[in-house]
Design a protein around this ligand. Structure first.
Ligand code: MN
Length: 239
């Protein structure tokens, strides 16, 4: 069988892996059934704002653990393994109660981090095109979005995330979530989001989460955010 991995190997590009993951919709493989896609850039790409060691531990250990835990459930529940991650997260009540919390935490973690790696590795700056227009319309400007986003991220008590959600008509909204919960669980789609678990910033920022939130904008990849925005409006954005 001519697998995705083989095509990527032949083309020899990590960027192709990332693009394929986006078009495929979720990081799911026929054999895993879930798999950890490689980071689409070197761990040093987000320096100096996010250090390479944090990126390596975050992706290779934390995200990997979510994928492994999720696959542990799938080994016991083969019927679940046939369903896309988005469907499991959107309809958690259909997941057997014995494994529901594990799927919620680890499936949410897998979806959130898959999105997170995609929309970083950039050079920050200003949003562009349709995304800029939507931010201006729905938040009153990029500076106002940043203020509201950073405030929401600071206010998450303990571990969680802050997201910008995108509706099918392109409307944006700010949502924060505890733990590894995701707006996907409410039937929404995430345009972008930031991880405010201490594991995302503690080595470099220690308890200074507001400084991390402010610095994070310097690594946003607005081209990827624009791709997700277009996909959301086309109805093809999954996780
Ligand atoms: Mn994380």
């Amino acid at each position: 069988m001519f697998t995705m991995d083989r095509r990527c190997l032949i083309l020899g590009s990590a960027a192709v892996v990332a693009a394929s993951a986006l078009s495929r919709g979720y990081a799911q493989s026929p054999t895993g059934p879930f798999k950890l896609d490689p980071l689409p850039y070197p761990t040093s790409k987000n320096e100096p704002y996010i250090d390479a060691q944090t990126m390596e531990i975050h992706h290779d250990r934390h995200h990997a653990a979510y994928v492994n835990n999720l696959n542990g459930v799938m080994a016991q529940q083969p019927d679940l393994a046939k369903r896309p991650l988005l469907e499991l997260l959107t309809d958690l009540n259909s997941v057997p109660e014995a494994v529901r919390t594990t799927v919620r935490n680890n499936g949410g973690g897998h979806a959130n981090h898959t999105m997170f790696w995609q929309i970083m590795g950039g050079a920050g700056g200003e949003p562009k095109g349709d995304v800029k227009a939507a931010i201006d319309r729905d938040f009153g400007g990029f500076d106002k979005l940043q203020d509201q986003f950073n405030t929401a991220g600071t206010r998450v008590f303990g571990s969680g995330w802050v997201f910008v959600t995108v509706a099918r008509d392109g409307k944006l909204a700010l949502v924060s979530k505890p733990n590894q919960d995701t707006p996907l669980m409410d039937g929404q789609r995430t345009l972008m989001g930031n991880d405010v678990w201490e594991h995302a910033y503690y080595l470099k920022y220690q308890n200074r989460r507001p400084d991390y939130l402010k610095a994070w904008w310097n690594v946003v990849n607005w081209d990827k955010v624009s791709e997700r925005y277009s996909a959301a409006k086309a109805g093809t954005l999954t996780i």
